[in-house]
Design a protein around this ligand. Structure first.
Ligand code: PAF
Length: 294
């Protein structure tokens, strides 16, 4: 059963106690891993927790719907919240020898003065792709991740590859600000038909759920065409994504993983194909790493 902490003081005390326990079990230098989440946990999150258990003796899962990363247009209130179910879900991966702590603070605990006056900026990349339709989203993500890293002081922090742009901006913040933590990225977990797991999938009705397969099909088509270069990738992805009336494509982009900028014509090498689409009223994203040009 994970230990539940709702204040910063409680989570720090729980981490200190868990490290002490680990030392009593003979672990000289217990390691801590942090899995930041907004709750509504699914198998994708559990894959992060399982990887964290391999890396550390103490695993802290934060469950906090961060108001700073929701733009006005988005419905912060609509985001699913069910801590009881999240705790039960986490219990299914509880493992002897690894202590898990759930940190589920209130907004008042995290932001006692309301929106922080101190900002962490994701820079220009924060306004592209996901940032274009979600103004201030990545700055809000960076503030909360920075705070969580300061509160928990983990040795490693884990994120899912599904949020590739988030992984990019967080990794860059860690590098730019010399934060002493290792960023671990875990592969996207998918349903059998390819749909990437997401807390938002629960908003899809039956027809939308079927239509949502078009995102992973688009990426599969892009991957198959990668050997022929960027133009072929875009053409293949666009034709795979067409003809699904419930889906409206928001962007399809191919970026250099080192810069997150779109690749030029004639680029050869590693790239990430990113797709965002609205399926009914639900916005979904997905991505696939490819090697352009064979
Ligand atoms: O990926 C998420 O769920 C959130 O953006 C994160 C990293 C927990 C920050 O609120």
């Amino acid at each position: 059963m994970p230990t539940l902490a709702v204040t910063i003081a409680e989570v720090r005390a729980a981490i200190a106690a868990a490290k002490e326990d680990a030392r009593d079990r003979g672990v000289a230098e217990p390691l801590v891993a942090l899995v930041p989440t907004m709750g509504a946990l699914h198998r994708g999150h559990l894959a992060l927790v399982e990887r964290a258990q391999q890396l550390a003796d103490v695993v802290v899962v934060s469950v906090f719907v961060n108001p700073l990363q929701f733009s006005e247009a988005e419905d912060l209130e609509r985001y699913p919240r069910d801590l009881e179910t999240d705790l039960a879900t986490l219990e299914t991966v509880d493992r002897p020898g690894s202590t898990s702590i759930v940190f589920a603070p209130s907004a008042a605990e995290m932001y006692p003065d309301g929106k922080t006056q101190t900002k962490v900026s994701a820079g220009a990349i924060g306004n592209s792709l996901e940032g274009r339709s979600r103004a201030g989203h990545f700055d809000g993500v960076l503030v909360v991740v920075d705070k969580l890293l300061n509160i928990v002081q983990p040795d490693s922090v884990l994120f899912g590859q599904k949020d590739a742009q988030q992984v990019f901006v967080v990794s860059r913040m860690v590098r730019d600000l010399n934060i002493p933590v290792t960023v671990e990225v875990v592969e996207t977990v998918r349903e059998d038909d390819g749909l990437a797991l997401s807390s938002r999938n629960r908003f899809l009705d039956e027809r939308e759920r079927l239509a949502a397969r078009v995102l992973s099909r688009t990426l599969e088509a892009a991957e198959s065409a990668a050997v022929s270069g960027i133009d072929a990738v875009i053409a293949a992805a666009q034709s795979a994504g067409m003809g699904e009336p419930l889906v409206s494509l928001e962007y399809l982009s191919v970026v250099n993983p080192a810069t997150f900028l779109p690749v030029d014509d004639g680029y050869h090498g590693r790239a990430i194909v990113l797709v965002a689409a609205r399926v009914g009223n639900t916005r979904l994203i997905d991505n696939e790493a490819v090697y352009l040009g064979g």
